[in-house]
Design a protein around this ligand. Sequence first.
Ligand SMILES: Cc1cc2nc3c(=O)[nH]c(=O)nc-3n(C[C@H](O)[C@H](O)[C@H](O)COP(=O)(O)OP(=O)(O)OC[C@H]3O[C@@H](n4cnc5c(N)ncnc54)[C@H](O)[C@@H]3O)c2cc1C
Length: 412
Amino acid sequence: MSELGTGRVMRTDVLVVGSGPGGALLAHLLARAGVDVVLAEKQSTLERSFRGETIAARSVLTLRELGFEDSLREHGFIEMTGIGQWERGRRVMHIDYRRFPIGAVPIDIPQPALIGAFLDASAEYANFTYLSPATLTGLVEEQGQVRGAVLRTGDERVQVRARLVVGADGRFSKTRKLSGLPADVQQMERDFLWFKLPRPHEWGHEGNLVALRDRHLVILPAFPDLLRVGYNLPKRGLADARAQGLEAFKAGIGEIAPQLADLVQEHITSWKDTSFLEIFTAQMQTWSRDGLLLVGDAAHTCTPILGQGVNLAIQDAVYFAPVVVRALREQQQAVPGRVFDEVVAERRAHKARVTRFQRLQEDALSRSSTAGTVLRRARLRTIDRLPFKYRMLDRLLNAPHDMSTEDRYARA
Ligand SMILES: Cc1cc2nc3c(=O)[nH]c(=O)nc-3n(C[C@H](O)[C@H](O)[C@H](O)COP(=O)(O)OP(=O)(O)OC[C@H]3O[C@@H](n4cnc5c(N)ncnc54)[C@H](O)[C@@H]3O)c2cc1C
């Protein structure tokens, strides 16, 4: 598709579309390396209610290596101590995050604070431009190459010509749709409803997954003094839940986790206190073509299990930034898609590991028969007792392990 705007024309080296954790960090890293970069975001504020707030330990370490620790501490966050899985009032599996050798634990910090830290740090570079609100509506293509994009900012149409357009515009990515790159989108069997509650003082900083047959709740400590609760619904089950009424919904929560019953009764007063999340995964063989790259959820949407979406997006930014810088140095025109092949393969392998585990976990959690739930409990108890449990989980939860951020930059 080719769309040429009639409005203002801007020129830059890289246009990053979407200021989520992936796009905002990538734009920052490029600006820091001296690249002329425009970051376009369709929302006019940073407020993002019910978005990924848990940052896995690997990315906590990465952000520390990149110098963001002080600004994140200034805002404040919660250090998660571990996560337990509960069935019939008993803990059948527990992971103590402090026992991993990685030297960091997952943290919970609202996305506006995280993205705000990236934007503040970028603002000091004259070669960084933040366009907001600015919505991508079309790609500019010439001779089979992407040469820029058309953005709507208020009533104006701006054509941004760039040597590389990076689609970091999330799970419903317009850039992905316009790119023509094939994506395998798979609906998961269930969707999720999220809500927040005040966190009782004695609750601590542990996450909990509480399962009752084929229903479960994910209960996570959220900054500053909240619980973030996810409740699974059958696919497109929101209409049914609403038809049954709020009181039935609240009773269902209390049945799975009686300790939440009073809190839910008091603090969930309308469906507006909840947020619906359609669960699907998207996988792509190729994330790039000449003049275009996709990162984060735009390239690889995953489910909320394990809280890996922000981690994957942050690691994408860190892995791709040096490749972009080198390609811009070496190429005069549009950045060829093939320069990203090696890193795409590395990143796909990381995402594939996460998806494999998420599918296993989703399969286990959707068991409703007595035999199925007995087997699930037995498996979890067995894993819990394995002497190499932490070594095994370290590979999954704290990936990627291959090299530090500094080494990755040095290699480029
Ligand atoms: C309810 C919920 C809970 C979650 N919990 C967790 C969690 O605890 N931990 C975790 O790791 N992950 C979690 N995730 C997933 C996580 O939020 C995402 O994986 C992560 O934010 C992906 O980052 P991203 O930068 O790729 O995209 P996003 O964060 O989705 O950012 C995309 C940005 O692009 C902008 N945009 C979209 N379209 C356009 C356009 N046409 N033009 C310009 N801008 C555009 C959007 O406004 C947005 O700011 C959760 C997701 C949801 C919805």
